[in-house]
Design a protein around this ligand. Structure first.
Ligand SMILES: C[S@@+](CC[C@H](N)C(=O)[O-])C[C@H]1O[C@@H](n2cnc3c(N)ncnc32)[C@H](O)[C@@H]1O
Length: 285
């Protein structure tokens, strides 16, 4: 941005308390992410590259830019810049063993012979895709014993940037360090040449997973889900928003469907329609 014929640098821009409050409120309204009062320096550091990219000299200018940007593109960049996307394959592995050993046999065992043998799973806040693919692998492994099983996995996130990486499905091989050789060869292609050291999700696995942008604070466009994984997302929300999100999940979970949350996320008092099954696993009544 040029002002008075000079190009200004954003690198020294200060974020005052009033501006910090404006951004905190905007971020909370748009994503549910509840930045604590001690996060001012965090926000400033995360947003400075955006100010530079656009050429804004002050946070006030940047705030106005975000609000007036047609198509809300800059709002997406802002949310990308402040969200924490840390994830991994088979993160919190107890969830995946519970899924294979308890949840799937119970879900499918309770179905009548005429009912469809399909499983619909949703990774809400899927980040770069590892959770959604881990779900698809666990379900595919189960389908080796139940060949008529049809699998559908949805992966959603508020950040378009992480969804692009999720769709690409290419990961450094250390990211799958804990997976067996069988799993690697069934579901991944090994990169060669310049791609050496990388694994690409095979098309059969990628075909089971659909990625889309979705904000968990908004209405859910899916129904009759058997499994919802929403892990390490609610932790950033205020209690009231957590309550609303869990209510919404209950509405779209099929009866006896499961909700998995992160191990550091407590649903105490939020789950009138959910039965506790094991740490961070709940079942719709
Ligand atoms: C720490 S990652 C968790 C990824 C994965 N669920 C896991 O446990 O490994 C949190 C993800 O939640 C996403 N997120 C934050 N607020 C969201 C919202 N309101 N709706 C959807 N996704 C959101 C972030 O973009 C980020 O990718």
């Amino acid at each position: 941005m040029r002002a008075g014929g000079k190009t200004f640098q954003a690198c020294d821009a200060e974020l005052n308390d009033k501006e910090f409050d404006l951004f905190r409120t905007l971020i909370w309204k748009e994503s549910g992410i509840n930045l604590g009062p001690n996060k001012k320096e965090f926000l400033r550091t995360r947003l400075l590259p955006r100010l530079r990219a656009i050429g804004c000299r002050t946070f006030r200018q940047y705030y106005r830019w975000v609000l007036t940007d047609p198509g809300m593109v800059e709002l997406m960049h802002l949310l990308d810049a402040i969200s924490t996307n840390l994830t991994s394959f088979f993160r919190e592995p107890g969830h995946f063993s519970f899924l294979a050993e308890r949840a799937l046999p119970e879900l499918l065992g309770s179905r009548q012979p005429h009912q469809p043998r399909d499983v619909r799973a949703w990774s809400a806040g899927c980040s770069t895709g590892e959770e959604a693919y881990s779900l698809a692998i666990t379900l595919s492994e189960y389908a080796r014993q139940v060949p008529s099983l049809r699998i559908k996995v949805l992966g959603t996130d508020i950040s378009s940037r992480v969804l692009t990486l999720a769709r690409r499905g290419v990961y450094p091989k250390e990211r799958l360090g804990g997976a067996s050789e069988d799993i690697l060869s069934r579901y991944f292609q090994r990169g060669v040449g310049r791609q050496s050291g990388y694994l690409r999700v095979k098309s059969e696995l990628a075909g089971l997973v659909t990625f889309a942008r979705h904000n968990v604070l908004q209405e859910v466009p899916f129904r009759a889900l058997d499994l919802i994984f929403c892990r390490n997302v609610l932790i950033y929300f205020a209690r009231q928003d957590q309550h609303e999100v869990v209510e919404r999940f209950c509405r779209v979970l099929a009866p006896k469907g499961y909700l998995f949350v992160g191990h550091s996320e407590s649903l105490a008092g939020l789950h009138a329609r959910l039965r506790y099954r094991q740490p961070a696993v709940y079942q719709r009544i």
